[in-house]
Design a protein around this ligand. Sequence first.
Ligand code: T46
Length: 132
Amino acid sequence: MGYKSIDFETLGDDRGSLIALEENYNAPFEIKRVYYIFDTKENVTRGFHAHIDLKQLAIVVKGSCTFSLDDGYKREEIILDNPNKGLFIEGLIWREMKEFSPDCVLLVLASEHYDESDYIRDYDDFLMEVHK
Ligand code: T46
């Protein structure tokens, strides 16, 4: 449970760069869903929730944004500003995403199909879940 940064190997040659994501290898779970967030308006903060079981791997394929991650004890900010870096998040982590650059494309690989019942969208409920 928790989160960690993952550095991806950049494959490339004189034509440019390429990164491959493979399930149960550099994406450490079975991938059931992919979504991407783009055209985020200036000064918008998204997220404000935790997941119960979901595993996710977030990659900013263009631009930059900041994840604020809270495990119920401490909060840490992680800047994603390079497509060779991923942020793996598993389990009860409250997340907020902010400081999106205008060109930011945030790609997320997820271990489950979309399921609203896996979301905890109230911070007090999140703390209760962490501390129970
Ligand atoms: C997360 C962060 C990083 C769907 O219908 N299917 C989907 O797969 C997703 C992700 C969202 N939606 C709907 C639900 C809402 O009506 O799209 C709308 C926006 O979703 P939400 O407000 O949850 O978006 P964010 O940016 O706050 O959070 C998203 C993910 O939902 C979440 O799992 O960890 O990105």
